[in-house]
Design a protein around this ligand. Sequence first.
Ligand code: NAD
Length: 502
Amino acid sequence: MKSVNHWINGAPVDGDGTRTAEIFNPATGEVAGHVALASAADVDAAVAAAVAAFPAWRDASLTKRAQVLFRFRELMYAHRDELAGLISAEHGKVHSDALGEVARGLEVVEFACGIPHLLKGGFSEGVSTRVDAYSMRQPLGVVAGITPFNFPAMVPMWMFPIAIACGNAFVLKPSERDPSASLLMARLWQEAGLPDGVFGVVQGDKEAVDRLLEHPDVRGVSFVGSTPIAEYVYETGTAHGKRVQALGGAKNHMLVLPDADLDLVADSAVSAGFGSAGERCMAISVVLAVDPIGDELVQKIVERVDKLVLGPGDDPKSEMGPLVTRAHRDKVASYLDLGVEEGAKLVVDGRTAAVLGGGTAAGTPGFWLGPTVLDHVPVGSRTHTDEIFGPVLSIVRVSSYQEGLGVINGGLYGNGTAIFTNDGGAARRFQNEVEVGMIGINVPIPVPMAFYSFGGWKSSLFGDTHVHGTEGVHFYTRGKVVTSRWLDPSHGGVNLGFPTNG
Ligand code: NAD
């Protein structure tokens, strides 16, 4: 039984220890350990350590900060297998997928290694006679990150490399469902030479989140999770005077025009729908098939789904693992019956899928549900609009591009979407007309590279700044503009007029 605790001021800390939560092995359903749930006093201790560490880290030269980031990058790369193993054991995703999330997180570290360039300000010589102006960006102080279960390494890495590179101190509150990756990352920061207190981890739940949102010394909060909590975090954090970026849930549609290559479409829909058991905020959960290709496309999707291998994350033969908890598995599975009640046709029933080394998904201990396909899902039904966040792919039939676009733009969320077509004009129209933050053209999971910024529209983002890329640098810094004149013999004396350029 493992016991996962906090990381405060450069050391593991048990905290007040009065509350804990269970950590599961999702493949067996067994309890694998316990995680401490921070009290407000534990959060206060982590923030106090960050407050104390901040001034010296802020004043460390850009070169020194960049060197720590380079060392952290090398250590994370060297430990990527260990990190992926921790993720897979607690989340359930297969090892290769966990390695993929580490790689995508590392891209943000690599981007943040360029911080000396990213923090360059502007300089205008002679904005007025013998007056110069220049801009600079400075860190906020202590900032916090609150992250979801589905990417226990990558999502924190969307945040802390940039926050720390900018000169802030960072307190991470990871998901209590898969907390171990955060502690390995904390140890690697220390090994990389990051001063104690600049990176802290408080494990916990609502109690820890609420204290971070209210704490007067926390200046900014980055959140990624479900929409109701994102909205709550945004409202509570901003009401306490903090800058907040809160990324929420998603329901991502893939619009397939009749001229698309249907083999590419079927490969992409299955990969993007069932990778990580559909527990990705950029998963494709709805395929909008424009007439007349629906029947042919469904047949191609089913052929591929039938070959998917369901099994434990640490078995190299597995392509898809279990869901994260029993409660989540049962909630996802409830949509199979609901979908049929709402008028959809259950084409592939994930409850009957075989699990490597076991029986069927429904009959094997552990949180199993195989890939499921629902066809003819009615627009506006709960199966269509709810974020199911599991291996359930809905096919919605539409008669035209325009109808498909209307379905996407009529939805609550605006995280990701994709169009599949060989018509460049249609794709260009789509990228302009669709009300979604991240768009793929013949690319099913268009997660932007680290040097662009990640974020959705509508109920997928509260706040205005997306994460990582230059928007991340902006979020974790405040701007200043200096207007400067050095006296010289031409100094003209008192002038009460409003300063204008002369
Ligand atoms: P969640 O909202 O349940 O939890 C996210 C974080 O909030 C966790 O750290 C959790 O401890 C905390 N939390 C939970 N309930 C809380 C409460 N009542 N008060 C305060 N804090 C609370 O999300 P999850 O189930 O861990 O993750 C899945 C969700 O995250 C999905 O909706 C998914 O779409 C979303 N997600 C979005 C993105 C994105 O970029 N938009 C990326 C990854 C995941």
